[in-house]
Design a protein around this ligand. Structure first.
Ligand SMILES: Cc1ncc(COP(=O)(O)O)c(C=O)c1O
Length: 436
C-alpha cells in the first residue's frame, strides 16, 4: 500500500521524504515561524473552539449552524416535522418529485458500494457547465471539500471575510498552524464586499484587514506579505451580498499573480447563476470554486456538493480524500436534479415571489434587512434574543447570528420559505414589533 505523507507545498526542503506531488501552484511566501502569535490570530469566544496546541483545534460549542430541528423537537417534545425551520436556507419546494422517484428506483441497489469516482455525476456536471469532468471532485456536501482543501494545501496565512461561513476558519485551523486575517465587511456599507479593498487585503495591506485592535497584525513586515489562501463566499452567508462575476474575476486574476489560492464558495449561487466563476477555473491555476446541492436542490439530508479545481491540484487532493463519501443515492439524485428544468423554474418563481412578500413586510414593519441575492435575509433586530426565545417556544427556528465573527446578538438570519411559513414569521415579527 502506498503511504501518502502530508504535502509541504511551500518548500521541497521542508518535507524531507514527502511523496506528494509538489508541481501544483504553491504559494511561496509568508512563512512566518509557523507558530501563531496570540496577537496575530483570532482568539476568544468567536474563534470556534479551543487551541489544544500543535495547531489542533477543538470544535467549540459556538460552531453551531442552523438546521438543528432535532434538538428543538426533543426540547419541546414535538415531532421534527412540526418544527418550522427558518435557520437553514433550503429550497421550500423540498426535493423534486423526479429526484424522489429516482431515489426510490435505486433503493434496491443499496447493497453496492457507491462509485468512488462519481463518474456519471461528474460527466453530467461537465456537460452542464461545459467544463472538463476531470477537474471536478464531488463531496459529502461542500463542507467535506472545504476540509479537504485545508488539509491538503495547509495554508499558513488565510484571508477570511467577516462575517461569513465559519467552517473556512475552522477547517484551516484544524489543518495547520496559521494566521487568520479578517477582511471586515462593514455594516455601514450593507456588508458589501469591495473588490479593491479585498484585493488590498489579499496583498497584505493592513489597512484593509482586521479593524478590530485585537486582530490587528502588529508586525508591519508581516502585514505587507500577501496571504497564501483567501476565501470568498458568493453570495455571502449570512449577509446575502453578491459579488458580480467580473469582480470575482478581477480578484481571481490578482490571486493568480500573487500565487494565492482563491476559494470561491458558491453554495448559494444557483439563485443567481450568471455570476458563477465556475468557467474561470480552467484559466486560473489558483482558483477553486465550490458548489453545494443542499440549498437550491434541497439535498441537505442526502449530502452532495462538488468543487471545480485547477487540473494540477486534482491528483493531490484525491490522495487526501476519504473514499465513498458520496453515497449512491446522492450521486443518482444529483444527476436527475441537474436535468430537472421545471423544478429550477418553479424555484426561481417561488423565491422571487416570496422575497417580494418578505421585503414588503419587513419594510412595513420597519425591520432592517440587508439586500440579498440568495434565499435568506440578514435582519437587524435590537431585541433579537428575546424574539428567538419566543419563537423557539412555538417550534420556530431562526438563525441566531451572535456567533458569526463581525456580528452580534442583534442579528438573525431567516430563510425564504413557503408563503404559509413566511406569513407565520411575519405575524410573529408584527407581534414583537407591536409589543415594543
Ligand atoms: C456558505 C456555505 N458554504 C457551504 C455550506 C455547506 O454546505 P453543504 O451542505 O454542501 O456541506 C454551507 C452550509 O450552510 C454554507 O452556508
Amino acid at each position: 500500500m502506498t503511504e501518502h505523507r502530508i504535502p509541504r507545498p511551500r518548500s521541497a526542503k521542508q518535507g524531507g521524504q514527502n511523496t506528494a506531488p509538489t508541481t501544483y501552484p504553491s504559494p511561496s511566501r509568508g512563512e512566518g515561524n509557523g507558530v501563531p502569535k496570540k496577537s496575530q490570530i483570532f482568539w476568544g469566544a468567536k474563534g470556534g473552539g479551543e487551541n489544544l496546541g500543535s495547531g489542533i483545534w477543538t470544535l467549540g460549542s459556538d460552531v453551531e449552524h442552523g438546521g438543528n430541528i432535532y434538538r428543538l423537537a426533543e426540547e419541546l417534545r414535538i415531532a421534527e416535522r412540526k418544527v418550522i425551520d427558518f435557520s437553514a436556507s433550503i429550497n421550500p419546494l423540498g426535493v423534486s418529485k423526479k429526484v424522489k422517484a429516482e431515489i426510490r428506483k435505486n433503493l434496491k441497489y443499496l447493497h453496492n458500494y457507491p462509485d468512488p469516482d462519481t463518474v456519471r455525476l461528474r460527466k453530467r456536471l461537465g456537460q452542464y457547465y461545459g467544463i472538463d469532468p476531470e477537474t471536478i471532485i464531488c463531496g459529502n456536501g461542500s463542507t467535506e471539500l472545504i476540509y479537504l482543501i485545508a488539509r491538503t494545501l495547509k495554508p499558513k496565512t488565510v484571508l477570511i471575510p467577516s462575517p461569513t461561513f465559519s467552517e473556512y476558519e475552522r477547517a484551516c485551523r484544524m489543518s495547520s498552524e496559521l494566521r487568520v486575517m479578517s477582511y471586515e465587511l462593514k455594516r455601514e456599507n450593507g456588508f458589501e464586499i469591495k473588490p479593491d479593498e479585498f484585493i488590498a487585503a489579499v496583498k497584505g495591506d493592513n489597512s484593509s484587514i482586521c479593524r478590530d485592535s485585537e486582530l490587528r497584525t502588529p508586525n508591519s513586515e508581516l502585514s505587507a506579505t500577501p496571504v497564501d489562501m483567501a476565501f470568498l463566499c458568493n453570495p455571502n452567508n449570512p449577509t446575502g451580498r453578491l459579488l458580480r462575476r467580473d469582480d470575482v474575476k478581477k480578484i481571481a486574476d490578482i490571486a493568480k499573480e500573487l500565487k494565492c489560492y482563491l476559494i470561491v464558495d458558491e453554495a448559494f449561487i444557483d439563485f443567481c447563476p450568471d455570476d458563477s466563476a465556475i468557467k474561470d477555473v480552467e484559466d486560473n491555476p489558483c482558483l477553486i470554486v465550490l458548489r453545494s446541492m443542499t440549498k437550491f436542490y434541497a439535498l441537505s439530508g442526502l449530502r452532495i456538493g462538488y468543487g471545480v479545481f485547477p487540473q494540477p491540484l486534482i491528483e493531490v487532493l484525491k490522495k487526501y480524500k476519504e473514499p465513498w463519501t458520496v453515497n449512491s443515492l446522492a450521486q443518482r439524485a444529483a444527476v436527475i436534479a441537474l436535468k430537472d428544468k421545471v423544478y429550477v423554474k418553479e424555484t426561481f418563481n417561488l423565491i422571487k415571489e416570496e422575497k417580494r412578500y418578505l421585503e414588503q413586510s419587513f419594510k412595513k414593519l420597519n425591520i432592517k434587512f440587508f439586500p440579498s441575492a440568495a434565499n435568506f435575509y440578514l435582519l437587524k433586530i435590537e431585541n433579537a434574543p428575546e424574539f428567538i426565545k419566543t419563537l423557539k417556544g412555538k417550534g420556530i427556528l431562526v438563525r441566531d447570528c451572535f456567533n458569526f465573527r463581525g456580528l452580534d446578538s442583534t442579528y438573525i438570519r431567516v430563510a425564504v420559505k413557503s408563503r404559509k411559513d413566511n406569513k407565520i414569521l411575519i405575524d410573529e415579527l408584527t407581534e414583537i414589533h407591536s409589543s415594543r
